[in-house]
Write a protein that binds this ligand. Structure first.
Ligand code: FES
Length: 115
């Protein structure tokens, strides 16, 4: 079970929802289920409108999560991540903060999502 907290000037206060363990849905799907107004268009990792900043909460070692190829391309084009951050994430398995909500699979760790 993971707590996913959404924070944005677009919502009155932060919204924390629970992602069930073993549920492999995307962050965008979770937001939609709970009516959190994360922007999106293509839902296919191509437009970049769902870019969000993800912070790992707690003091556990962050789980290794690879950026998808689509995230690398779109986030780099949008200026959200650098070539160096992509290279670093491939070595350390620790992803940079900016992710695409439609590509990010929620794992069993507490996160703060800013959009
Ligand atoms: S909705 Fe288009 S990249 Fe996620």
């Amino acid at each position: 079970m993971a707590n996913v907290t959404f924070s944005s000037p677009k919502i009155k206060k932060d919204i924390t929802v629970y992602a069930t363990a073993g549920d492999c849905s995307t962050l965008l799907a979770l937001a939609k289920t709970h009516k959190v107004p994360v922007e999106f268009e293509c839902e296919n990792g191509e437009c970049g409108s769902c870019a969000v900043e993800v912070a790992i909460l707690g003091n556990k070692q962050p789980m290794g999560v690879h950026l998808t190829e689509k995230e690398k391309t779109v986030l780099k084009l949008a200026g959200k991540i650098t070539k160096q951050q992509i290279a670093d994430s491939e070595v350390t398995d620790i992803p940079p903060p900016w992710r695409l909500a439609c590509q990010f699979i929620v794992r069993n760790e507490d996160i703060l999502v800013k959009f």
